[in-house]
Design a protein around this ligand. Structure first.
Ligand code: FPP
Length: 213
């Protein structure tokens, strides 16, 4: 979800406004996913590297996560459930503050009966940290294999990624689901995240379907 800052700068607004618009854009894409029968949607909400951003910006993004995780009623109406991946709260190095932990836990509990769409938010997440931990755990369980690493990912039930979307003209892969994106189609777009529309999302889904039919 790149480009919140750039979107705000172009409009002469503070970066925080860009993140607020970004959270709304994500809510739109969640609705569209439910309507389009997408099974799993995973969003990179906050990375292990994002903590170094200015305090006010971090605080604002965290409050947006509380807002996002608080959208439980709408999730239930859409038969969707919320999940989370990131550094487990009580492990060394984990940084999720207690109030975000509570919001995450409540969102998971309140939506667990959703059987349509699974929305996973990656918060305090980094793919390298996930993989390092998975390998360390796998080593305690016997010979390390691709299966044993996969079993020790933060959410071993998450299916491989079919489609990866990266906004704002960034054509790099970041520290996101590096194990899970093997074989994924990648949709790059010049649009900043707050300008990413349901229509462009539908187009990317159609292109994916065509490439797999
Ligand atoms: C990247 O844009 C975005 C982030 C680091 C945070 C993602 C947060 C949101 C989309 C808002 C809230 C979302 C949730 C999940 C509650 P950037 O700040 O790097 O923008 P720039 O590249 O233009 O500087």
């Amino acid at each position: 979800m790149d480009g919140n800052g750039r979107w705000a700068r172009r409009k002469g607004l503070p970066r925080t406004e860009g993140h607020t618009a970004g959270e709304e854009a994500l809510a739109t894409i969640v609705r569209e996913s439910a309507a389009s029968n997408v099974g799993w949607l995973t969003a990179f909400g906050f990375s292990t590297e994002n903590w170094v951003r200015p305090r006010t910006e971090v605080r604002h993004i965290l409050s947006l996560h509380r807002k996002l995780f608080g959208r439980t009623e709408e999730m239930r109406q859409r038969n969707a459930r919320t999940r989370w991946i990131g550094r487990p709260f009580h492990e060394k190095g984990a940084k999720t503050p207690i109030y975000v932990q509570r919001a995450i836990q409540r969102a998971i509990d309140d939506t667990k009966s959703g059987t349509g769409l699974t929305v996973t938010i990656a918060f305090d997440y980094g793919s390298r940290a996930e993989l390092l931990r998975a390998v360390r755990h796998a080593m305690t369980q016997g010979p390390v294999s691709t299966d044993s690493i996969a079993r020790n990912l933060y959410d071993p039930t998450m299916p491989p990624v079919d489609l990866l979307i990266r906004t704002s003209g960034e054509t790099r892969i970041s520290n996101f689901l590096l194990w899970q994106i093997k074989g994924a189609r990648v949709h790059f777009t010049e649009r900043t995240w707050p300008d990413f529309t349901a229509q462009e999302y539908r187009t990317s889904l159609t292109q994916y379907s065509k490439s797999h039919s």
